[in-house]
Design a protein around this ligand. Structure first.
Ligand code: SF4
Length: 204
């Protein structure tokens, strides 16, 4: 079965999920969006108000920042990458997701990873970085210390690159952080270019 079909079937399961109380507060489930065949996966924290309304991740103001950098720095369209969150339902009043909710929702992110098997994982902010570091048994410290650094793990029979960066929402409240966010995207771009060059060399 192809990845698109598998993601579609997975999303149908997520849309019925009652594994934690967050489903009672949401308007829409927000499973994920984009191309499951993409080599790059972005993971955020949880849906916000606009995401909850539209059922799509990163479509509010923070989403605009992310979409801008995907376009302007990576020269990609957001439909070329896959975007999701650790938690698929909006926590009430935009509060942070609780440990039990993250634990309950993890099953879905694990399944998304198994289907997409991305080459590059970009974690956006504290929660997704912590989740991915735990998942790959890496030592987590803090997002401010880890952002912009490159981590390599072996999974699905290949090397995976993990790059933590800030949550784009944080760049709206701390304008000076936008520069860090942009810098990290330039690092992602370098990795994409390097992979492309190595991919070409393989066929020469
Ligand atoms: S947040 Fe996740 S675990 Fe909780 S109800 Fe929504 S989809 Fe299910």
């Amino acid at each position: 079965m192809d990845k698109e079909k598998m993601i579609e079937e997975l999303n149908n399961q997520i849309l019925k999920c009652t594994r934690c109380p967050l489903y009672k507060f949401k308007t829409n489930y927000v499973p994920g969006d984009g191309n499951p065949n993409s080599k790059i996966l972005f993971i955020g924290e949880a849906p916000g108000r606009e995401e909850d309304k539209q059922g799509k991740p990163f479509v509010g103001r923070a989403g605009q920042v992310l979409t801008e950098n995907i376009k302007n720095i990576l020269n990609m369209d957001r439909k070329d990458v896959y975007i999701t969150n650790v938690v698929k339902c909006r926590p009430p009043e935009n509060r942070e997701p609780e440990e039990e909710e993250i634990k309950a929702c993890s099953i879905w992110l694990e399944k998304q990873l198994e289907i997409i098997q991305p080459d590059i994982i970009v974690t956006l902010g504290h929660y997704s970085t912590k989740w991915i570091f735990d998942y790959f048994k890496l030592k987590f410290s803090s997002i401010t210390k880890l952002r912009g650094k490159i981590f390599k793990v072996n999974k699905w029979g290949k090397n995976i690159t993990i790059i933590p960066t800030l949550h784009p929402a944080s760049t709206l409240y701390h304008k000076e952080w936008r520069e860090y966010f942009d810098q990290d995207f330039k690092t992602i771009k370098e990795i994409l270019n390097k992979d492309k060059r190595e991919g070409i060399l393989k066929f020469i």
